[in-house]
Every structure is written in structure tokens, then in C-alpha cells.
Design a protein around this ligand. Sequence first.
Ligand code: PMP
Length: 405
Amino acid sequence: MTPPTTTALPLAARTSGLVGSVIDSSTSLLASQTHDIVRFAMGSPAREAIPAEILAEVGADAIGAQAHDAFDYAATEGDPALRDALLEMLEGTTDATTPDRLTITSGGMQGLDLACKLFVDPGDLVAVESPTYTNGSGTALSYQAELLEVPVDRDGMQVVALREEAQRLGRRPKVIYTIPTFQNPSGATMTLERRRELLELAREWGSMVIDDDPYGMLRFAGEPLPSLHELAAGDPLVFSVRTFSKIVAPGLRVGWVDTDPSLQPLLVNAKQAMDTCTNLPMQRLVAAFLCGGHLEAHLVEQRQQYRLRKEAMQAALTEHFGGLARWTDPEGGFFLWVTFDPAFDTQALFPVALEEGVAYIPGNAFSPEGRFPDALRLCFASTPPDRIAEGVQRLRVAVDRLAGG
Ligand code: PMP
């Protein structure tokens, strides 16, 4: 949302860093439209993939009439029922952890906010991927960071470019923000070699690595890679941010961070100054969902659906945009990143596309400097395959309309 340019109120200097989110604003923009729109904009799980009936069923016990204490305050670090269920859920994964490393948060966004609150002072340099999830870079800006954009290719953040850019600036980033797996927005996954190089560089510089991975459990092709958390082998420099938003439902607003145990008292103090505790009924609901053994079957189904949807989107792109654009080929997650030729303007295309009944997020929304005007992000996860074909066809109609003036 665009803030007012002047105000008589004594605003804090940091409000100049509150840049808002084009992605989040698209929720209300689209809600205000009355015509039929194929929605490739928000990174939401498919409506029909949200296990609403199971959640209602397990919720009836967990937060229903028998559970009055579910409406009380919770422990700041998280409700024991959820922490235990989460530890069990992570056992055997590359995110396996211990209770003293876990803090339950209000979604992944609060994890990012806590990370920046603990590590970013005004003027600190924060390296971000380019393109990046701008709610993440926006969080760093809200703490008055300076940003360094580091290019991403199909193998993830270009760690060599990170070193070179830092040398050119003569400054080392205090924090490196990465989405290593099925990156938002590009879909790229950082290779094992780059993961190791990144940790090596962070160690050399004494930087913190914010490892934001909401999509890693949604792999539908290829082999899983060790997480940065696992590769760091107990080194305190990795701050892992995770969420149930993509694997269960975003409206729950429940996530977690995994950090060195020495940080937990600070995290608790920071969270107590924010929201006291994460919404207890929702923590109990997620715990009941996990304890009921529902997650694995749900993930199996989701992975299969998302693979079909990605393939449907790629097939439709080949049909309507072959020779006009190129796109990525993610092995999981929600997004395809589509790049047109350099003269193309996906922001100018947006209102035309909306009129034609299709929505996406323009590429420049994923770069604090406004790079990628010729690209756009498509979320394949939220839309069934036949509607995906329809949406991509509408996009082609919009492109032709724009080109025809
Ligand atoms: N990080 C990334 C990379 C994301 O894509 C998202 C959600 N779009 C988040 C963090 C925020 O997650 P949550 O909705 O749980 O706050």
C-alpha cells in the first residue's frame, strides 16, 4: 500500500522503510474484482488442497467445548503439544532438531521479523537474492537495512557473485537472506556445492544466514538436498524460518524458527514485545492435525497435484508462448518464473491481463531495485490444470492486445 507522502504526526524514521508488499496487496486487489479471474498471483495452496474437513474434525476435540484452556495465553516459545508434535514430524528429515532450538511463530513472516529484529541494525548490509521474496527483503528494510541484490540462476544464489559484489562495495553483509529450495519467485534450488560455499563464506565473514524454506517439503521431482541447517552441523550461524502456511494452510498463521539454543531467550523476549504468544487455538489445531497422522498423506497428495499443475502450466506456456518467452522448471514448490524479451513490460501488461481475466505478479515486485521488468511470477499451485490452460491462454490474449496497442 502506498503510504501518505506527508503527515503532521511525529512518525519514526523507520517508517520510511515500510515498503509494503505488492504480493500481499494483490489479495485485496483481486477480492475487489467482480469478473472471473484465473489467479496465478498469490502463493497460496490450492483451495481444495487445504484439509479443511480434517482440520474441522480434529479441531472439534482440540479446541472444542472440552478444551477451555485452548483459549488461554500460551507459553511464548510455543505450546508444548505443538512443539512435541513438531519435533516428531521433523525427525528423520534434514530439519531434525531439538526442543531448545525451536520457537513457534505466527507464520514464516514473524520468523523473518524476529531474525531481522535480532540481527539487523539501521544501515547494516543485508544480502538478498535477486529476484527475491520481497516480503523478506521488506522485513530487512523495515529495520532500516541496506540491501545488496545477488543474482540467482537455476542453481540458486550465485555465491561467487555475492563475494564479488561485497568486494566491490568494500563491505561484508551482516546477514544473508536466502530461500534455498524452490525459491520464491524463481523456483530455483541451490545446489549442494553452493550451499557449502555459502556457509563457508558466511563463516569467513561472520554473517548470519537466514534460511527461509516454506516449500522444501513440497518436492515432486528430483532428490532432496541437505538443508543449510543440517550442513551447518550445529554452527550457530544458520537461522531457519519455517511455516505451516504452504504444507497445511496459510490462514493458520503458525510457523516456527530453528536457531542456536543460545538465541532462544532473546527470541522469547522479542516475541513477548510483539504478540506474547502465537494464537493458541491454532497451535492446538496444528498439533492435533500432526498427532492424528494426517500430514504425510496430505503431503503425498499435494506433491502429486502440484506436479500435475506445474506440467499443465508448462504445457500451456509451450503452446501459447513458445519462442516468445522462457520459463523455469522447478522440482517442487509453487512457482514458475517467466522471462520475456528485454523490451517487454510486465507491469504495463498487468491491467490488460486483469481485464482479460488472469492475474500474476510482475517481475519487478521481486527486486527492491525494481529489476526484472521483463519477467513475471506464476503460481501454478492454486489452480486446477484445466483452469491453468485457460489462464495462460488469457495471458496470451493480453500480450497480443498490448502489442497491438
Ligand atoms: N517466505 C517465503 C519464501 C514465502 O514464500 C512466504 C509465503 N509466501 C513466507 C516466507 C511467509 O510465510 P507465512 O505465510 O507463513 O508468513
